[in-house]
Design a protein around this ligand. Structure first.
Ligand code: 13P
Length: 348
């Protein structure tokens, strides 16, 4: 038996608003370090005013709320406002988009395990969650990172990260925030699809065992997994249908039906491939004799932002065109949730 949650109804309602509305999530929770890295790749100045301007562009995109149900912010971003002084969390809420917050403080080296990490951030989390809730956040995100390689991942890495994810999820629910639980099996490497499938299954199994131990309410939780894919350096790149079938069958084996929804990360896939594969999953999920029990949506960062960032390039004059590019990707991904996405949507 889990703890008695006085706010169970609130958690279920928020989770439903995020994943049950035919829309998906915009991940815009890059830490300053990651955001600066993306800026550097485009030759954009890596300063707080530039990060603020870019995030203002994202949250003020016209009609974004027709495709996006929730946006994940970062500690710096949830404290920022538009040039005219409106906090980003307020801009989002007024656009019908639920504000959320990344609360882990990053993946750090795991003791004695070269090449592996444990995600940190549990110290003081109860107090931080209460501060973020006061700033308007209604859900949170924590990302664990699982690298594949010779002898990796270790059971120690899977167990330590599962434990941390469950501890985080329990604290979120106590604070009335829906936890997004993200154990990401990385695409880096030359492994094949089957290896990704086996490791993802093991990682999710460990995560749901830990969530059960901690009494986390699954109906008030969103899982953010990777799709089942071969490594980026693998010579074998399967069709979208193969990826969709492998991803759905893996999830069916290890994710309880009570989970509110599944919101995939993009993990370094191209924008178009991420949309195509998400579409294939929704087409397949609806056609199956035993229907997939959860909404299959998106919570992309790179696969939704990358074209917009490239067009913006740090220049205010490009902002409107960048917003059109962001809206286009959001709209393609919303179509993918209905199984209506096709390459024709990319024309022009
Ligand atoms: P990507 O879609 O770029 O993988 O990012 C998703 C995310 O939120 C990573 O934590």
């Amino acid at each position: 038996m889990g703890p008695t949650l006085v706010n169970a109804r609130q958690l279920v309602d928020t989770a439903h608003a995020l994943v049950g509305s035919g829309k998906g999530l915009l991940a815009m929770d890059e830490s300053n370090g990651t955001c600066n890295k993306r800026f550097a790749a485009e030759d954009i100045a890596q300063t707080e005013p530039m990060r603020r301007a870019y995030r203002e562009l994202l949250v003020t995109t016209p009609n974004l709320g027709s495709c996006i149900s929730g946006a994940i912010l970062y500690d710096e971003t949830i404290r920022q406002s538009t040039a005219s002084g409106v906090p980003f969390a307020t801009v989002l809420t007024e656009a019908g988009i639920v504000p959320g917050i990344k609360v882990d403080i990053g993946a750090k080296a795991l003791a004695g395990r070269a090449g592996e990490t444990i995600t940190r951030g549990l110290d003081g989390l109860r107090e931080r969650l209460s501060d973020y809730a006061a700033m308007g956040a209604r859900f949170a995100k924590w990302r664990a990172v699982i690298a594949l390689g010779k002898g990796l991942p270790s059971r120690a890495c899977l167990a330590a990260n599962a434990e941390a994810l469950a501890g985080y999820a329990a604290l979120c629910q106590e604070a009335g925030l829906v936890p997004i639980v993200e154990p990401e099996v990385l695409m880096a490497g030359d492994h094949d699809l089957d290896r990704c499938r086996l490791v993802t299954e093991e990682a999710l199994h460990a995560v749901f065992a830990a969530l059960y131990e901690q009494g986390v309410l699954l109906e008030g939780l969103i899982l953010k997994p990777n799709m089942i894919l071969p490594g980026l350096d693998s010579r074998l790149q399967p069709s979208a249908d193969v990826v969709a079938a492998a991803t759905i069958s893996t999830l069916q084996r290890v994710v309880p039906a009570a989970v509110a929804g599944i919101a995939f990360l993009s993990g370094g896939q191209s924008a178009e491939l991420a949309s195509e594969r998400l579409n294939a999953m929704n087409v397949m999920g609806k056609a199956m004799a035993t229907r997939v029990p959860w909404p299959l949506v998106f919570s992309f960062a790179r696969a939704i932002q990358r074209p917009a960032l490239h067009i913006w390039n740090g220049e205010g004059d490009n902002a409107a065109r960048a917003q059109e590019a962001l809206f286009h990707r959001a709209n393609c991904n919303r179509a993918a949730l209905r199984g209506d996405y096709s390459a024709a949507m990319e024309a022009g």
